[in-house]
Design a protein around this ligand. Structure first.
Ligand SMILES: [Mg+2]
Length: 317
């Protein structure tokens, strides 16, 4: 994948004719409409609902220490209640590795989740509790090749491991130049964290250098995906994206309406795949991508997400 910043999923002016009204130009008119009562009434009335939610920035606020991040109070309880209601399938899909997602949510990685369980999906869709990847989460790149929800198979472990090692070494060299940067290792990716970098410019330069190096490591056998996330540049050798995961799951649940909420660039792969604003409902959280998101609805913060989930549970009870 080319080492370039994330593209805009669409031209926002095409979707927001109201912005053409010069009297209404301004921050309040940018981006999707806020998710409203009418949307909740619609979602509450759907017979089958696939509720897929990102974790960091969507259910949880950010922290300088990723392992200390927790969902805002009541959010997981609302999800759990929704999972227990008839016709609702719930998953939390995150860029975190599965094991870590389990730790920060306090939810188990289940070998065979039932209809009332919250399913956990890690590594942007490369690890879930259905594809036997509890093992993958524990064994990292040394494990066998793992199938993804869309039926594709990731490259052989040894080739992947070799590329990941090169990416990790280079990321470490870059991180060593700035005390605020650090490298995270996941089963299928390496991330350079820059939240506490010396300056935004230093972070940008470091990311650019690493992205350029990643482009030189990418081959047809082991393509390297570069994702410019929030305070992290992620280099992945997995072929899965959140979008491909949800698309794969949909083929197994064809009658389900999808309600998806996410805050970051990687969530756009899901949002771009939905049919919005009906039958599916896609929500961009936090407003960071307000002028480029493919979502047609928005919520301001994880607290608004929590409130929304609680209201939906109440309406579906
Ligand atoms: Mg997020």
């Amino acid at each position: 994948m080319p080492a370039t910043p994330p593209p805009s999923p669409h031209n926002p002016s095409e979707r927001h004719p109201k912005e053409e009204d010069p009297d209404k130009l301004g921050p309040d008119t940018l981006g999707p409409d806020t998710l409203g009562a009418e949307d909740l009434t619609y979602l509450a009335a759907t017979e089958k609902l696939l509720l897929a939610v990102d974790f960091d920035g969507t259910l949880a606020e950010f922290s300088d220490s990723p392992t200390d991040v927790r969902a805002v109070p009541g959010a997981l309880e609302a999800l759990q209640e929704l999972a227990g209601l008839p016709g609702v399938t719930v998953l939390i899909i995150s860029g975190r590795q599965l094991r870590e997602l389990s730790a920060v949510t306090g939810l188990p990685v289940l070998d065979s989740p039932g209809p009332d369980d919250i399913r956990l999906v890690g590594s942007h869709g490369a690890e879930d509790s259905l594809s036997g990847s509890a093992a993958a989460a524990n064994e990292a790149v040394g494990s066998a090749a793992v199938g993804t929800a869309d039926g594709s198979v990731n490259p052989t472990p040894s080739a992947r491991a070799e590329v990941l090692q090169k990416l990790g070494e280079h990321a470490e060299q870059i991180a060593a130049t700035d005390r605020g940067m650090w490298v995270e290792y996941k089963p299928y990716s390496v991330g350079l964290h820059t939240r506490q970098a010396a300056s935004p410019e230093a972070a940008q330069q470091a990311n650019q250098r690493l992205a350029e190096f990643a482009a030189t490591c990418s081959t047809p056998a082991v393509p390297v995906q570069v994702t410019w996330g929030r305070d992290i540049l992620e280099l992945s050798v997995a072929t899965a994206t959140k979008g491909s995961y949800v698309a794969g799951l949909r083929t197994q649940l064809p009658e389900h309406v999808v309600f998806f909420l996410g805050d970051d660039v990687t969530d756009e792969t899901v949002l771009a795949s939905l049919t919005q604003p009906r039958p599916d409902v896609g929500v961009h959280v936090g407003g960071r991508l307000a002028d480029t998101t493919a979502a047609t609805r928005s919520l301001g913060s994880p607290f608004n997400v929590r409130d929304t989930l609680q209201q939906l549970a109440e309406l579906r009870r």
